[in-house]
Design a protein around this ligand. Structure first.
Ligand SMILES: NC(=O)c1ccc[n+]([C@@H]2O[C@H](COP(=O)([O-])OP(=O)(O)OC[C@H]3O[C@@H](n4cnc5c(N)ncnc54)[C@H](OP(=O)(O)O)[C@@H]3O)[C@@H](O)[C@H]2O)c1
Length: 262
């Protein structure tokens, strides 16, 4: 895969394009992008050094792989405009719900397809990139793509039937984690921490706890136990969170996501 095109250059398209270019996974001159609002598109593309295109067709004509980074309700119309040009191309979808089975009927038979579910921490190279195991990319092309996306965070393969729940945890998770950061910070502010200090403490604590779990593979309960001395103070906070239903609230949040059909 030499040249990569983006159809749509919003939050996720920008996060992926800049992560790939800044991470050295692809040269800026090999990246092309189209979005309807030219000023916004060119303001973004110019500093990064990627090509801004006036049409989706111009992107597809210049690229051998095309990443669809538009909202799910736009994707069928966006594909219809360029359908024939996608013959023989690698087509990558990050649109929620548009996995291999749903995309193939919309594309020419010769298009090769990969569904990926990224998350917003990809912006800082700390994302989760879920790759659907079922794919019609060539094996070496898929391996190359996974290698490039490693510049954005951890690449994890999942079978198609788990992509929905995987996306609910890692794709929606940044919103849930950010709410925890905000709430923990509010508590700090209530007792006098300056706001910026409170955010820093809470964010670094969440990031550090996640990193510790990843690096030690400790059970999360053991990490919690490690902070709770008998008769101590932290266990009182743990009791308060249990009474407030933290675990049930998280289960309900993911269930609410899973019940929304795209
Ligand atoms: N955000 C996340 O956390 C996240 C996580 C995983 C997956 N995703 C998926 O990523 C996709 C993009 O999400 P986003 O958050 O980046 O959305 P977004 O910020 O709203 O960006 C959408 C982009 O699509 C462009 N666009 C709209 N209509 C178009 C058309 N007909 N042809 C070509 N481009 C068109 C928009 O251009 P203008 O701005 O010029 O109108 C904009 O650049 C979605 O399908 C979403 O499911 C998002």
């Amino acid at each position: 895969m030499k040249k990569l095109g983006f159809i749509g250059m919003g939050n996720m398209g920008r996060a992926i394009a800049s992560g790939l270019v800044k991470g050295g996974a692809i040269a800026a001159e090999d990246v092309y992008a189209y979005a309807p609002h030219w000023d916004k598109l060119s303001d973004y593309c110019a500093p990064l050094g990627i090509h801004a295109c006036h049409s989706a067709a111009e992107v597809v004509e210049n690229c051998d792989a095309v990443l669809l980074a538009v909202k799910p309700y736009v994707i069928e119309g966006a594909i219809a405009e360029i359908r024939d040009l996608l013959s023989g191309k690698a087509v990558i979808s990050i649109a929620l719900g548009y996995d291999l089975d749903r995309l193939r009927p919309l594309l020419p038979d010769t298009a090769r397809v990969q569904f990926i579910m990224p998350n917003t921490p990809a912006m800082v190279g700390a994302g989760v990139l879920l790759f659907q195991q079922e794919s019609t990319l060539e094996a070496d092309e898929r391996a190359e793509l996974m290698g490039k996306f490693a510049a954005l965070g951890e690449v994890i393969e999942l079978p198609g039937h788990l992509m929905g729940i995987g996306g609910a945890v890692s794709g929606c998770g940044p919103a849930f984690c950010a709410m925890v950061i905000e709430a923990l910070s509010d508590a700090g502010v209530k007792y006098g921490l300056p706001r910026a200090t409170a955010y820093r403490l809470a964010s670094q604590t969440l990031a550090g706890t996640g990193r510790m779990q990843l690096e030690t593979n400790q059970h999360p309960g053991a990490i919690k136990d490690g902070v709770c001395s008998p008769g101590g103070t932290t266990i009182r906070g743990v009791e308060a969170l249990e009474r407030a239903g933290l675990r049930a609230a998280m289960l309900d949040a993911v269930q609410a996501v899973m019940e929304k059909k795209v």
